[in-house]
Structures are given as C-alpha cells and as structure tokens.
Design a protein around this ligand. Structure first.
Ligand SMILES: [Zn+2]
Length: 290
C-alpha cells in the first residue's frame, strides 16, 4: 500500500492499472496518483528541452485563445486588475492577451524555446527558472495563474505555498486543470478492454499526467493553504488537437466531443445547483484571505 503523497494517509487503494502504470486513490483527500511518478530532475529536463518540440502546434497556434479569454473574464470579475504572474507561461500568448487588457504581466517558463518565442512574438522576458528558484516576493501579485500545469508537477502543493505567500491579501489564484473525476473514469473504462488495441484507442481520449485531481481534492487543497471562497467550475475546451498521435477518424471524434461536452457539462452544472463538474477541464479559483 502506498501512502498518499499529499495528505500522508495510508488509506489508499489501487484504483486501476493502465499500460503497466499502477494508479492509486486516497480515500481521505481524494487525490488519485501514479505510483511511479519519476524524479524531479527528469521532469525538469523534459519541460526544459523537449516539451516545446512535442507540443509545437499548441505553442505556436491560437488553440487556447478561448481558454485564455475565459480566464481573464473571470479574473476581472473577482479581483482588481493589477499585477499578474503566470506559471508555465509557454510562448506567452496568455500573458500578451492579459497585457492588452491592462494587466501588468510577468511569468515563469522552463523551456528555452518557449522563452525565445515569447520574446520574439510578444516582447516578453519570461523567468527561466525552476519553481523552487523563483525570486518570489511577499504580497506582490493581484493574480497568479496556473493554466494546465499543476498536475504535471511532482509536488504541486509546493506551488500553493509559494502562491499564498506571493499574492496580495484578497489576491486570486486561478488554476485550470483536467477534471480528474472524468479522466479517471475514462481510464477505468479503458482498462476493462484488457490490454487490447481497443484499450489503447480509448485511453488516448483521456489525460493522466502525474495526478488525477478531482473537484473535491482541489477544493480541499486550496482551503488547506488558506484560500477562501474556493470555486470549481467547468472550463471551455481548447480548439483543435495539439497531440500528434490521433488518426483522422479519432480527430473527428475528439472535435465532436469538444463541441458537445462543454455544452452538456454547463447544463449539468446549472441543473445541479453548481455542484457537478463534468467537463474535461475545470477552472478553480481561490481568494487569499485578507
Ligand atoms: Zn490523501
């Protein structure tokens, strides 16, 4: 039995095994985690040197414009438009959009290719450092944004600690992340197909980086780190497909799912009194106590 990497509870159980990877669930905090998560340096090296090449399309095209617009719209509803810091800023498209809307922006990014593109296209000087080496200053930002990054981090809770310190009182932490409840279900359905090619095909439609983070886990995580008014809501989908491994037929299915899922999940969220988040990705907001 593996202890939960977040809360330390021994009350974990093997949840599924997919392509040889064992995944466990903590019954106390609801974190779902890969038992083998590799080591910090291996991931740092990957994001520093290879991620840009593997996801070039996503970095270079405006597939995520709708996501960024939604994030900025919601941030502007919740906090003063002031200083914004983005973690894992990629090629800087989000920061450039925020700057255009009046935010004072800065950000961190590991990949040297992404930093170069951010400078060339948007005249942005991103900080190319690991999170643990960031020169955070207390009470510096009105908003810290973490878009599609948190479940890639070996110790995501470390970032929560840093963000709490670096935000101004009343500042907002915004996290966009795959909805672990939906994606774990997809993988568990895929495992029912017993290592067949069908299993691999189904598994492609779902996401597991190092963790599945469920709405329940995210709510607890932010509250544990002193954030108030924590809200978890469905997120819009990105356009197109950045992943190189889909066949043409699968691309059509994913495009269809991307059209229909956000509509269904928004309807389910409203009908359930804003309780059920069924969308493939979710938006999480928390306000730092004053
Ligand atoms: Zn736990």
């Amino acid at each position: 039995m593996r202890a939960c990497p977040y809360c330390g509870s021994q009350r974990t159980r093997k949840w599924y095994v997919y392509a040889g990877n064992a995944v466990s669930r903590c019954t106390d905090c609801d974190l779902i985690f890969r038992q083998d998560r590799g080591i910090e340096q291996q991931w740092v090296e990957y994001y520093r040197s290879h991620y840009f090449r593997d996801f070039k399309k996503e970095q270079e095209e405006l597939l995520r414009e709708g996501i960024y617009e939604e994030a900025l719209r919601n941030l502007e509803r919740c906090t003063t438009k002031g200083s914004l810091f983005d973690i894992g800023a990629g090629s800087g498209t989000f920061l450039a959009m925020a700057r255009q809307k009046g935010w004072t922006v800065s950000g961190q990014e590991l990949s040297s290719d992404s930093c170069r593109v951010a400078k060339e296209r948007h005249d942005l000087e991103l900080i190319q450092k690991e999170l643990k080496d960031l020169p955070w200053e207390p009470h510096a930002y009105d908003a810290i944004t973490v878009i599609n990054v948190l479940d890639h981090l070996l110790e995501p809770w470390f970032l929560l600690e840093q963000a709490r310190m670096a935000l101004k009182p009343g500042g907002i932490l915004y996290i966009r992340i795959p909805n672990g409840s939906l994606h774990q279900l997809g993988f568990r359905l895929a495992t029912m197909c017993f290592n067949s090619p069908v299993q691999e095909k189904i598994g492609r439609f779902f996401v597991l980086h190092l963790y599945h983070m469920t709405p329940r886990f995210m709510e607890r995580l932010l509250k544990d780190f002193g954030f108030e008014r924590v809200i978890v809501r469905p997120s819009v989908a990105s356009r197109g497909l950045p992943y190189p491994y889909f066949s043409r037929g699968q691309e059509v299915i994913v495009s269809w799912m991307k059209g229909i899922f956000p509509l269904l999940s928004r309807a389910a969220f409203q009908v359930s009194g804003e309780r059920f988040v069924l969308s493939p990705s979710m938006n999480v907001y928390g306000v730092k106590h004053r």
